[in-house]
Design a protein around this ligand. Structure first.
Ligand SMILES: Nc1ncnc2c1ncn2[C@@H]1O[C@H](COP(=O)(O)OP(=O)(O)OP(=O)(O)O)[C@@H](O)[C@H]1O
Ligand SMILES: [Mg+2]
Length: 396
């Protein structure tokens, strides 16, 4: 099938950053009418759409390490302008890095001004937003989201234990992925004694081209079966990472693993409903206090209402005490406050929970006899027995 050439794009009034004085004659043709600025490699640090509409770099004007650092800076920029690299000696590593950018092209000398015009044209044509990549028919994980009704209700603890229980049922290495979507201050990595490896700047820069192989650069292996996707603390993280990057990352995770467990932030983000809409199960974790139960009911109702799919989150009661008397509501009282049945309950065992986070790792590893482990096992048995609802993270 042949493709029609892209329509000619006018550069009149557009800002073009040119790196290399030898390229200045281009301002006559094909950059006629453009505002051409001559700059150095340092201009590539943090460059964005507000700085230039197009960047043209003469590879022959700069030494190899300088070029490599400049291109690296571009790949780390949040939304770099399109880049055209021209030259006679184009180092492979530099070219490979450059091609990770969403809009980039390379012209090896000798080239004519027509070649340059065609390359610029190809780069400047407005791209339609990427079509959602359907995962139907391909591999798709079963995806469960875990969200706390109130802070500290045990969402991270249960997400880790659920992921660990699922690992115990898998024969294949790297079959389960736990993703900590509390981007600003998630604690899953700390609880597991692991080092977070998801660099959010790199994720943002690579989002449009993120594939299953690239995803592995962001992953921390926890065991042979469990991988973790988590970022280091960053108070600005939620504002810095665009929705598309989160959805793409989740989509790739769902293509890679058999099971994906999400530790969800309690407060809604721009991507929360998309993410929840792609999950097979949504678990709302509540503790047995009246405010937590009321919050669990509200959170669950809000999710159900706003997703509009008829899917209901399931409520899991955590830190259920053995004694049936005292100030805490009983299981039955809790269900009355929730106005629905809870999906399951997880016993309280502070010693086991504290020991495991202090040692770094799941409760199932450090305190395998804890009631928490048995209760999570029953919960996972019940949930896993239900048919998968659909496919996770349909990127919108
Ligand atoms: N069943 C349990 N029994 C005893 N302690 C528990 C239990 N579940 C969780 N904990 C403890 O409760 C505390 C809060 O748990 P966790 O961090 O998992 O909650 P969270 O909902 O993820 O909190 P945040 O709102 O900060 O994300 C931790 O110290 C954890 O070890
Ligand atoms: Mg948490």
């Amino acid at each position: 099938m042949s493709t029609a050439p892209p329509p000619a794009v006018s550069l009149s009034g557009r800002r073009v950053l040119v790196l290399g004085a030898a390229l200045l004659p281009l301002s006559q043709d094909p950059l006629t009418g453009a505002h051409v600025e001559l700059g150095g490699l340092d201009r590539l640090i943090g460059v964005g759409a507000a700085d230039a509409d197009l960047i043209i770099i003469d590879a022959d004007a700069w030494d190899g390490p300088g070029m490599a650092a400049g291109i690296q800076a571009l790949t780390l920029a949040a939304a770099p302008p399109p880049v055209l690299l021209v030259g006679t000696h184009l180092p492979t590593s530099v070219v490979r890095n450059l091609l990770r950018l969403e809009r980039s092209d390379v012209l090896d000398a000798p080239y004519s001004s027509d070649n340059i015009a065609a390359a610029i044209n190809g780069l400047m044509v407005e791209k339609a937003p990427p079509a959602p990549v359907p995962v139907q028919g391909g591999h798709a994980a079963r995806c469960w989201a875990v969200s706390g009704a109130v802070g500290g209700s045990g969402a991270t603890t249960l997400a880790i234990e659920i992921a660990t229980q699922l690992c115990a049922r898998q024969a294949k290495p790297k079959s389960v992925c736990l993703i900590d979507l509390n981007l600003a201050d998630g604690s899953a990595a700390a609880y597991l004694g692991s080092t977070p490896a998801m660099r959010l700047g790199d994720l943002t820069a690579a989002a449009a081209r993120l594939d299953a192989a690239m995803l592995q650069a962001f992953v921390t292996p926890v065991t042979d079966r469990l991988d973790l996707l988590a970022a280091a603390r960053d108070p600005g993280a939620f504002d810095a990472v665009p929705r598309e990057a989160i959805l793409r990352m989740l989509e790739m995770a769902c293509e890679t693993y058999d099971w994906v467990i999400l530790d969800m932030p309690r407060h809604r983000r721009s991507w929360s409903l998309d993410v929840l809409g792609g999950c097979d199960e949504i678990l709302v974790v509540s503790e047995l206090t009246v405010p937590a139960l009321l919050a669990a009911r509200s959170l669950s109702d809000e999710i159900e209402r706003d997703m509009g799919s008829g899917e209901k989150p399931k409520i899991v009661l955590n830190r259920v005490a053995a004694r049936m008397f005292g100030p805490a509501p009983s299981f039955a009282e809790a269900e009355r406050a929730l106005q629905r049945k809870a999906e399951g309950g997880v016993s309280s065992d502070w010693e086991a929970a504290a020991a495991s986070v202090n040692l770094g790792g799941p409760i199932a590893t450090h305190r395998p006899k804890s009631k928490i482990v048995k209760d999570v096992q029953s919960l996972v048995d019940k949930l896993a027995a239900q048919p998968a609802r659909g496919h996770a993270t349909k990127a919108a």
